[in-house]
Every structure is written in C-alpha cells, then in structure tokens.
Design a protein around this ligand. Structure first.
Ligand code: AHR
Length: 660
C-alpha cells in the first residue's frame, strides 16, 4: 500500500513536471463579458422558417405563390378566385360539386417535403370559409398517407361545417393514428351535392408549439434554440434582408398584424444555387417580427433586427440603378424609426398599439439595430450615414450595427472598418466562413484590435472544412479554439453568432449549419454543443490566463492548445475553457493564482466535448455521437495549493468550473 502511494506521488510529480502550466490570475477581474456575448443568428435559409422553425405545416396556405396552386393538388370542380377577404392575400379557392354522386371535389396539400405528424398528438386545422347563401356545407378534413403504407390512406379525420355566407374562421383538431414523415392534408367537399364553398388560408399547426402559442414555433427546434441560453438573437437574415431586387427585400411591416393578411414574399434562396434549386421556396411572413421579438424574450436574448439599408444583394445585383437612390431613403429610414416604436413605443403610439393588439403591451426592450447586412463600398457608407444621422437624433438609446462586408479581410473589409469608425457606429458586424486553417490561426485576431473604435459583432461564422462542408467534429473543435479569442477579447467583442442556424435535410442550400431537422426530428450538431458550452459558461469578467506570460492561442510552440478564463460573479466560479487541437493527449496544470486566503475550491465541474474521429457527426439515426459529458470532481484548492492538473484528451474541448 505504501509502495502504491509513493508510486502515485512520483507519477503525479512527473505529470506536473511535464505539464504545461496555465496561470489564471484570480485576483484581477478583467473586462466585462457582455451578456450578449454568445447568441443565435436566424435566417430563412435551408427552409429554416416555413417548413422549419415556424409551426405551419401547409405550404402556400393563402394561394399566393406566383403559381397559385403550387403545393396543392385539386380534384373535381375547384376554381381559383381573387376577391377574398384579405386585401394583401386576395386569392382563395371555390369548391363546387363534381357532378355524379361518386365523384369528388376537393384539394390536397403536400406540406414541406410532406407533413410530419406524430401518432396521438393533436394538430389544429383551421380555414377561413363561407358557403353560398349560407347553406350548411360540410368539409371532410383528413390527414392521409399518400404512399399507402397502411390499409386505409386515412390516418386522421374531422368534419368542418360551414354555414355562413360571411367569411369566418373554422377550427377542428386532427389526431393521427400513425407517425409519418410525409403525410398530406386532404379536404373533400362532403355530399349532398350542389353546395358551393369558398376556402382561404388553410392552415395546420401542432397544438403543442413552443410555449403553446397558436401561431407558434415547432417545439423541438425552438427548444433547442432556447437551450443554448443565447444572449442575443439576430434576425431575419442575412441575404434575405436585401433581396435580389428591391420588391423582394425583407419588409418587416409585412410580417406583423393578422397572419392571414401578411403577404407572401419570394425567398432568394429559392434560386441562389442552381444545383440546389427550390422553386417552391417562399416566405409566408407567418414567422414575422412580432414572433421574433417574442422568441428573443422567451429565450432571454437581446433582439437584434437587421434592416435593409436601401441596397439589394450586391453579390447578385450590383448595378447602381438596382439600389435606392441616396436621396430617396426616407421610406427606409422611416421603417427603422417605426420599428423602434413597434418594439419599444408606448401603447398609445401607432406601432406600439399594434404590438399591444398582437398581445404584448410591454416594450420588447430593443437596444440594437443592424442597418444593412453584407454591404460594401461607398454606396453602403453614404446610405448608412443617412440612417445614422436620423437614428442618433431620434433614437439615441439604440446601438447601431454596421457592416464590414462579406469577408474578414481584403479590400472591402479594409475600406469599411475606417468608414465605420468615422460614422461612429456602435458595433461592426464581421463575417467569416473560413477553412480549418483560418480558424486554427485566428484565435489572436482581436488581441491587436483598436480599443477606441466600435465594438465587434462576429455576426456570421462557421468553420468550413476544405472539400467537406458538413458538420464534422473537427470543424466544431476549431470553432471552439477560435472562440477562446472572442472571449479573451471581451472588451472589444460584444457578441458572436454562428451561421446559419437551421437546415432541413431535404431542403438545404448552405452547409454546415448548427441544427439539422427533418419533418419529425431535429439534431444538434457538434457546433451546436460548442456554442452551448460557451453560452452557458461565459462568466462575467475575463481573467488573464497565460503560459509563460503569453495567452494560449495555438501559436508556434503551444502544441495546438488554446485557453481562456473567466470569473462568474453570480456563482463565484472560476471558469477555464481549454481546447486541445493536437492528436495527442496533453497534461495541463491549471494554477489558480492569487486566490484569497478564504477562497476554498471544493469541486470542479468538467464538461468535455471530444471525439477521436475528427470526421464524426451527429445524424438523425445517431444524434448523440458527439455530445458534452459532465463530470464533477472533489478537490481542495486554496492559496497554498492552487494547482489542478488534468489530462486533455487528443481533440478535446473542456469547460472547467472551479466552485467554491
Ligand atoms: O448565412 C448564409 C449567408 O451568408 C447569409 O445570408 C449572408 O449574410 C452570408 O453571405
């Protein structure tokens, strides 16, 4: 026994001797880490909104796609009309008898890559309808199995009786007896014949949405967003803010008020990549600015809307005539002022009243506003300056986020940063979709940034593996490594959001993405867990963490190690994040330097994300291949015994919380 003890002592000494020592200065609280530091960026790309986060299961519910019946099959006598009750969505269908008693009139919707339904769950069907002369006409509403997997096609059924010549909303609940990825919705005009019924805004939602809202969000996907504990939520994009032509730009005013009257908009991700072309990709506006603000609030994240600056997508259409002339920006600037009123204004104000009418009399507490997405050149600067002048005067409380263009370096970037400083925007949005090498080498990127200018918002980033653009573990590990540099520079980096957020397995245009889903399941990627580990363990103040007086940034001679440290005021924890990007295990001695006399650390919580296969990924079939694992270890650290030694597995990311 004695022998074993002395062997262990020798071993631990040997380990300490060869270990890298990371000195964490616990005595000096550094820069504050903004509560907004780690957040989420949502864009309707990859069927992220309609067919994704938004709970609606019916495609083209208002018959307003340019091909009005896209997504629908009709049978019998179905006529398209355009004098419906909703001014901005005037189309609807008229159903009349198919003739002979054995024939049917009706229609069928294919959903988004089918309609995913779960056995025994409730789905709320609703329709705006009227019947000719107020005759009582009945509709058979069915969820059907179009591929005939069971004996009967019908997996759920209900009847709707329409008995009014006035347009009214009718609602019934459907409860499927099977779980299916690709059900469809079928509506029959029920016998007896000679009834005429008009139908508009045909909708189907799961009853269980996130927080139970009627015009709500898909629960599993929204829950994953909330489970990150994001500090900021940027919406609605991305390139969709710009549009390819001005009429396609995202217009927030079209996305508030009753959903039935929100106009359909083209989605530029329909046609951006000809090899990933989706002719049926449109924006219903059902997931609109009210819903975005509400989601931000329910997740505890600061809302960060981005508005069009008067430029269309410069990648796709940089003909100067395609943009709004600089002297004609009034409408666009007014949109910004009205948005601030919609979010924060009193209920007596025009836009504050609409917010209250929609269910939220209290202010949403908007503090940040992005103006322009990935814009560049003098055409951006001259337009942005007009917004800045008015916003500074009328909404001095709002922090303005400007752009540094589409890449993290180069001519556009080098031109814009000084211009943003001159305009005195509060934050500059930087985007980097870069390869492994870039992420490996950029953890010190912000160490040398000018501290006197605007702060940084890393608004879109993701590691794109060379030739393998999918969510493999190695990409997420390098994101974790790079993010040590965001946190260490929290005095200048105020927020960061990975991108894109969501992707439908059958409808993606861009990858990698943070969360993937099909019609029934959603899958958190390794990158998701990296974001979550950072967001849930960000702490409140940076602490200096050095090896030989240098930060660990994966620099030459640092063996692929990266680290950052923080103090968390509410819990008193010291938090150390370490990434080992090397293919070999490395011993690390964490020295909690300058602990106070009374500081006794009694346990360490260790959260580890690792995989020995850099190409491993989470899938629907195997969603838990890469997942953080939490362990707790009892320790007795204090000013006299400040050293904690651990072995970092090859390719691993660890968050260590030292608890008093
Ligand atoms: O995240 C995908 C796209 O990347 C965004 O729409 C755009 O801002 C960037 O080019």
């Amino acid at each position: 026994m004695k022998k074993l003890a002395s062997l262990l002592a020798v071993l631990s000494l040997a380990m300490t001797a060869s270990a890298t020592t990371l000195v964490v200065n616990t005595a000096k609280k550094g820069a504050e880490i903004s509560p907004t530091m780690y957040g989420l960026f949502f864009e309707d790309i990859n069927f992220g909104a309609d067919g994704g986060l938004y709970g609606e299961l019916i495609k083209n519910r208002s018959f307003e796609f340019p091909q009005n019946l896209m997504g629908w099959k009709t049978f019998g006598n179905v006529e398209l009309k355009n004098d419906g009750p909703f001014e901005r969505n005037p189309h609807y269908v008229r159903l009349t008898s198919a003739g002979h008693g054995h024939k049917h009139t009706g229609l069928q919707n294919e959903g988004f890559f089918g309609i995913g339904v779960k056995k025994g769950e409730e789905y709320r069907f609703s329709v705006w309808a009227r019947s000719e002369k107020g005759d009582t006409a009945a509709l058979r509403v069915l969820l059907v199995d179009p591929y005939n997997l069971a004996e009967s096609q019908n997996i759920a059924e209900a009847t709707v009786k329409v008995a009014s010549p006035e347009w009214k909303k009718y609602t019934v609940t459907l409860t499927p007896k099977l779980t299916m990825q690709k059900a469809e919705l079928r509506i029959f005009l029920k016998k007896p014949d000679n009834k005429v019924v008009d139908l508009e805004h045909i909708s189907l939602f799961p009853v269980k949405t996130f927080n139970g809202h009627e015009n709500g969000l898909r629960a599993d996907v929204a829950q994953k967003l909330a489970d990150v504990h994001p500090g900021v939520f940027r919406f609605p994009g991305g390139c969709i803010v710009e549009g390819t032509e001005l009429p396609d730009r995202y217009q927030w005013k079209n996305t508030v008020g009753p959903v039935e009257n929100r106009p359909t908009n083209r989605n530029r991700w329909e046609y951006t990549f000809p090899n990933r072309f989706y002719p049926d990709y449109f924006q219903s506006g059902g997931l609109g600015f009210y819903e975005f603000f509400l989601l931000s609030e329910e997740m505890g994240a600061a809302p960060l809307p981005v508005l069009n600056v008067g430029l269309v997508c410069q990648y796709q259409n940089n003909d100067l005539k395609a943009h709004v002339p600089v002297d004609s920006l009034d409408e666009y600037i007014q949109d910004a002022l009205d948005l601030v009123e919609f979010a924060n204004g009193p209920v007596e104000s025009k836009w504050g009243a609409l917010r209250a009418e929609m269910g939220h009399p209290a202010s949403f507490g908007l503090k940040y506003l992005g103006v322009g997405n990935e814009q560049w050149g003098p055409e951006y600067v001259e337009r942005l300056s007009k917004f800045v002048d008015v916003l500074r005067e009328k909404c001095p409380e709002i922090k303005i986020v400007g752009s540094s263009g589409p890449s993290p370096s180069g001519d556009k970037f080098d031109y814009l940063w000084p211009e943003m400083k001159k305009l005195k925007v509060d934050l500059v949005d930087e985007h980097y979709y870069a390869n492994e090498d870039w992420f490996r080498k950029n953890a010190a990127r912000y160490d040398s940034y000018d501290r006197k200018g605007p702060k940084v918002f890393a608004g879109e980033y993701a590691c794109h593996g060379k030739g393998k653009k999918y969510n493999h573990f190695n990409a997420s590990l390098l994101e974790a490594a790079f993010m040590t540099g965001l946190e260490r520079n929290a005095d200048i980096v105020e927020m960061a959001t990975y991108a894109p957020l969501l992707a439908h397995y059958e409808g993606w245009q861009w990858r990698p993405d943070m969360i993937w889903f099909d019609n029934l399941e959603s899958v958190a990627t390794a990158s998701y867990y990296v974001q979550q580990m950072y967001a849930q363990n960000k702490g409140t103040n940076v602490l200096s963490a050095t090896v030989d007086a240098q930060p660990l940034t994966g620099a030459e001679g640092q063996n692929g190690l990266y680290a950052t440290a923080a103090f968390d005021a509410p819990t008193g924890d010291y938090i150390v994040k370490v990434v080992n990007t090397a293919a070999n295990a490395q011993d690390l001695n964490i020295k909690l330097d300058k602990l106070k006399k009374n500081d006794k650390i009694s346990s360490v919580e260790i959260i580890t994300l690792t995989s020995q296969d850099p190409m491993a990924e989470n899938t629907v079939a195997n969603p838990d291949v890469i997942k953080p694992v939490t362990a707790t270890q009892e320790v007795a650290l204090d000013a006299k015994n400040p050293d904690y030694t651990l072995s970092m597995e090859p390719n691993s990311f660890k968050v260590l919380r030292f608890k008093k």
